[in-house]
Design a protein around this ligand. Sequence first.
Ligand SMILES: [Zn+2]
Ligand SMILES: [Zn+2]
Length: 110
Amino acid sequence: MGNQIDRSCQECGTPVDQLPTLVEFEGQEIFLFDPVVCKDCLLSLCDSFSVRCENCGGSIPPYSQVGVLKAENGQKEFVHMNTTCSTVGSAFYGYLGKGKLHHFIEIEAC
Ligand SMILES: [Zn+2]
Ligand SMILES: [Zn+2]
């Protein structure tokens, strides 16, 4: 039976034999190790849960790292976590999950 590993998609239960799951969404490559999600589900998650980058207007797919800006009305705004979009003053970052932050790390401004 070789090196069969028992992993299945968290969304639909389909066995996932290769990690990371790799999809291309709106020109961005997404590699996902955790959670285990199959290609089809990852694509539909991207469709449902990607958010708009406040800086460049592009989409930020779920399970990617984001910069977090606090908007005036107490809402959070997201930017790509790269040198172009992550502006100075975004002291917050996290990993985007399904429509909300997956991990949210708050760094004290000093
Ligand atoms: Zn699936
Ligand atoms: Zn951006």
